[in-house]
Design a protein around this ligand. Sequence first.
Ligand SMILES: N[C@@H](CCC(=O)N[C@@H](CSC=O)C(=O)NCC(=O)O)C(=O)O
Length: 276
Amino acid sequence: METVATAKSHGGVQGVYRHPSTATGTDMTFAVYVPPHAPGTRLPVLWYLSGLTCTHANVTDKGEYRRACAEAGIIFVALDTSPRGEGVADDPAWDMGQGAGFYVDATQAPWTPHFAMWRYVTEELPALVAGAFPVDMARQGITGHSMGGHGALTIALTCPERFRSASAFAPIVAPSQVPWGAKALGGYLGADRAAWRRHDAVALIEDGARLPELLVDQGAADAFLAEQLRPELLAAACAAAGIPLTLRMQPGYDHSYNFVSTFMADHVAWHAARLR
Ligand SMILES: N[C@@H](CCC(=O)N[C@@H](CSC=O)C(=O)NCC(=O)O)C(=O)O
């Protein structure tokens, strides 16, 4: 692992790191904020999955999480949304290919072999972070925005033993039922919709996955709300399954990091209360 940059912030260290990934077969870059802490202590970790077109840098530059993480004593990890580079497949549109890995392991050409974001997020990066930073892997939370909210929800629902807390900002809750998701899951996983259900939060809940609770914030003025995000589908699935969902519709907020950053401290505090 190579250190790209570090800087002191709120008494802790914001770093950017790069490593050769066996999951994606490319170099991958990620960011870790380590808050001030006593030497030898291990801290809870909050994983942040970003949305379409993002790298680690969008939330690192615009997410405004560091003060809250410093106060709560939480390590914050942000990663890229896909493999990148020459020789990695891409799509002319911004909702597929590089910058749009959808947190799945592709089974279809031309996306195999590099698009293995599920394995990267659930196996390779946690092992790397656990060995290189003072994290307590018994205290993990996960969150994300939009496509990253989809990733956070599906990973938490699939690995409930690993995450004590899960939340999302404006997530794609039912990719099988919306244009972004149908395009991506069809491209990466093929036409068999049965394979899509393992990467669809609403379908996972319908199929029996459970979490103790969920926090979701959603901008009411989000241009993607009605066509791509559809939080009412998550609300219905959670109600039917008995999963306590706090869904906060935020008047006037759009889909941007102006929205994410406004509610970031709330999410960090919510996770911190569950990771103590
Ligand atoms: N380029 C697009 C807009 C793409 C966009 O809004 N991306 C969001 C995530 S959308 C769902 O996953 C985002 O987080 N962008 C990064 C940012 O810094 O704002 C367009 O032209 O409409």
